[in-house]
Design a protein around this ligand. Sequence first.
Ligand SMILES: CC(C)[C@H](C(=O)O)[C@@H](O)C(=O)O
Ligand code: SF4
Length: 476
Amino acid sequence: MTAPRTLFQKVWDAHVVGDGDPTLLYIDLHLVHEVTSPQAFEGLRVAGRSVRRPERTVATVDHNVPTTDRALPIVDDTARIQIEALRRNAEACGVRLHDVGTPEQGIVHVIGPEMGYTQPGMTVVCGDSHTSTHGAFGALAFGIGTTQVEHVLATQTVPFARPSTLEVRIDGALKPGVTAKDLVLAIIARIGVDGGRGHVIEYRGEGVRRLSMEERMTVCNMSIEAGARAGMIAPDDTTFDWLRGRPMVPRGAVWHDEVERWRTLRTDPGAEFDRTVRIDASAVEPMVTWGTTPAMALPVSARVPEPPPEGPARDSALRALDYMGLVPGTPLQHIEIDRVFIGSCTNGRLGDLRAAAAVIRSVGGRVHPRVRAMVVPGSTRVKAEAEAEGLDRVFVEAGFEWRESGCSMCLGMNPDVLLPGERCASTSNRNFEGRQGRHGRTHLVSPAMAAAAALHGRFTDVRGLPGGSGVRAGRA
Ligand SMILES: CC(C)[C@H](C(=O)O)[C@@H](O)C(=O)O
Ligand code: SF4
């Protein structure tokens, strides 16, 4: 009998090419975007090499594409140069590019799954930290640097130091009005931004089985914000139902064979993790970050915390409070906001937009007069699907801007940025200083919480809103 293995171990074992240190892993899917690929393609060209498996390589433009007026030339030089370089490189190397103007364009971590490129048991890499998103399908998916991007382009393999394993066991179910975003913020608040360092997290337990695919992607997406190399969830019927019929997924008899194989991708009873953390999902509340890391997060019912009495944690809390312009003891629900951003690879999927629209429908009214709010679908397909069910109308009639898909204000590498001092309720995943624009202040929240904040002009507990407790954000 073979020894019991974790999900991670099974995917790892199936992809080891050589037994050196670090291990050389075969890569099934290489996703590429405009920011981290130009030097990699250039290196390839200089070395006179070609892309080893162009059919396993997929490119999109997302980080610095404008989200309005896409017919106009791109004004920013860096953005334009990077996008044009990717077009040339994809063309020259025979790599599929989902460009602006096509129905498949979108944020790399949104289109991978929705096109069915991402499948259980695969190794997936991208020159992007939030590649962890794809682990929601039981893939081993991790971000790599530009040098490694070149290595993968040339060889379809990557050297990878073997990580440790961390089991995050989620018991119980989320309460109404509490979402996967709140869950993952609560996990990061608990284990810290270094809590997963050197580890691949496997999310397990009843609380995970009940999550939709979109919710699972939100959780895996933010694994990296806990310092982990990747996050994984074993595939199950929820996964297979979501994947069935997507463009790149096999059909007919092959589909059935694949599903049988994918069902074996689960941690065997008795397999051991290096560490385990347990979370009670039923105790999680809607969360708001008050500081400048995703771990500086509290339930919306809480107050801005007092800094600890001493030590480095005191220094970082004081600095965060100063940057965020917040006074300890202030109820989070008294904090007034200027901007709202609903989108990103964390929360820019159809279920997220549905959850935000559900809040607007049930509360009624319009965006608060002080607030400028925008909704940026995670992909062009999400945009089309949302429009087909009238969500764009809900947003626009309530005074939200309805944009084209891209990373947008998640990172301020395109025209969508905060002005200095502006305070934003954002459904994205990072809140460090300047992330959304110089001196901008970011509070990470769920889509439902962002919509409620837009209407009220300040953070509001969605559980107290009319119909708010029925919001199950991220459900698609
Ligand atoms: C630009 C890219 C390298 C970066 C990442 O790796 O995550 C971006 O996607 C981000 O979210 O900060
Ligand atoms: S949406 Fe944000 S986090 Fe996701 S890939 Fe784009 S910039 Fe990175």
